[in-house]
Design a protein around this ligand. Structure first.
Ligand code: NAD
Ligand code: DAU
Length: 351
């Protein structure tokens, strides 16, 4: 069992859900050190109750993974024996507008962490790298991404993640750093920053705003409830074979337009009707397509199923219902991340 686990990017969407899952629902008895620089996507409010509840077993360190010396000193100070690496610039649209941060954080940041892990190879038992299915590029109407599918990234985001994946692999092969890696499909669930499709559509639908669907809305993604992803990562960290990579997916392909329609119907069911009396579907607005927009992603997750016994437990119907309900009950969270109020809270509490 690991004693001192660094989670990078723990104030982001998946990192927050992962820390909650590990502390609240597993038999982990050690300490989590959450290393996060708090970009626009990092929100310590998401873990405020965890910080109160777990005392010394949860430590927050505001630090940049691109800073090698700082990372080394965190590893030394907290006797770190394991790293689960989420920190990244994660939004494809932003990578098209401003790729620089993606190159720095996703490539240089990962490289720094690998160097630290190699420097501390006597004590680091596991380095898990969280990656994406986007490294495989775009599928046609048929086929699935497997672990041996060749890499063909199309956006600056996916190219930076692909680059980091190659570095992770190289540090294992060349230097013996004990890595595992996962490539996962689209996550949705609580605490997702409302720039991504699902939370953006939920909040806009609740507020009666336009629902911007890129292109013809026929692009396909494989949707996975975030907690299922967290369970998969935890499973890999313990039972995954060093040097191996595991695809993680929801077995749940959907066209974007269908995702948006499901959200519209759910919001119609739980919220006040629109003033116009029409269904939220009337808010759907087709807009200019994303540059280089990948057409279809779909994951073959039979390896992790067969070898580690992991399979998604949430269907899209059950997961999206929980997600809509969460956003409805946590409007203050969404408000704070959108207005930047949490930035003030960060200044008061962490800077
Ligand atoms: P996110 O954007 O919500 O959170 C990223 C976190 O990383 C933020 O808290 C941010 O402050 C932190 N961060 C950014 N730069 C940093 C730096 N230089 N130093 C320290 N911390 C920094 O991202 P997410 O959606 O939670 O994704 C987490 C990881 O999972 C990423 O590596 C992403 O590529 C991968 N992934 C995401 C999905 C998805 O659907 N969201 C799917 C597959 C894989
Ligand atoms: O596949 C895994 C990836 O999923 C992760 O690696 C990324 O970090 C994560 O951001 C996500 O990338 P996508 O680009 O697929 O997610 P996004 O929510 O931005 O978009 C999902 C789909 O919806 C995509 O086809 C673009 C479309 N879209 C998105 C937005 C924000 C719209 O049609 N309208 C929108 O307003």
């Amino acid at each position: 069992m690991y004693q001192n686990l660094i989670v990078t990017g723990g104030c982001g969407f998946i990192g927050t859900n992962f820390i909650r899952y590990v502390l609240e629902e597993t038999d982990f008895s050690g300490r989590i050190i959450n290393v996060d620089i708090l970009t626009y996507a990092g929100n310590p409010l998401s873990l405020a109750d965890i910080a109160d509840k777990y005392g010394d077993r949860y430590v927050f360190v505001k630090a940049d993974i691109c800073d090698y010396k700082e990372m080394l000193s965190v590893v030394e100070q907290y006797d770190v024996d394991s790293i689960c690496h989420f920190a990244a610039e994660s939004h494809v649209d932003r990578s098209i507008l401003h790729p620089d941060d993606f190159i720095n954080t996703n490539i240089i940041g990962t490289y720094n962490l690998l160097k630290v892990a190699y420097e501390k190879i006597e004590t680091i038992k596991r380095f898990h790298h969280v990656s994406t299915d986007e490294v495989f590029g775009s599928l046609g109407a048929e086929g699935l991404f497997r672990e041996d599918t060749p890499y063909a990234p199309n956006s600056p985001y996916s190219a930076s993640k692909a680059s980091s994946d190659h570095l992770v692999r190289a540090y294992c092969e060349t230097f013996g750093v004990p890595v595992t890696m996962s490539n996962c499909s689209n996550n949705y669930g609580p605490y997702q920053f409302p720039e991504k499709l699902v939370p953006l559509m939920i909040l806009n639908a609740l507020e009666g705003k336009a629902l911007p669907v890129y292109g013809d809305g026929q692009n396909v993604r494989d949707w996975l409830f975030v907690k299922d992803h967290c369970i998969a990562i935890w499973e890999i960290m313990f039972s995954g074979v060093v040097g191996e990579t595991y695809n993680v997916g929801g077995r749940n392909e959907m066209k974007n337009l269908d995702v948006v329609k499901v959200i519209c119907n759910l919001v119609d069911e739980v919220a006040e009707p629109l003033a116009s009396g029409e269904s939220r579907e009337s808010l759907i607005s087709f807009v200019k397509d994303r540059l280089g927009h990948d057409r279809r992603y779909a994951i073959d997750c039979n390896k992790i199923d067969a070898e580690l016994g992991w399979t998604p437990s949430e269907s899209f119907e059950t997961g999206i219902r929980k997600t809509v309900k969460w956003y409805l009950s946590n409007m203050d969270w969404s408000e704070s991340v959108r207005t930047g109020e949490y930035q003030n809270w960060i200044k008061e509490n962490y800077l």
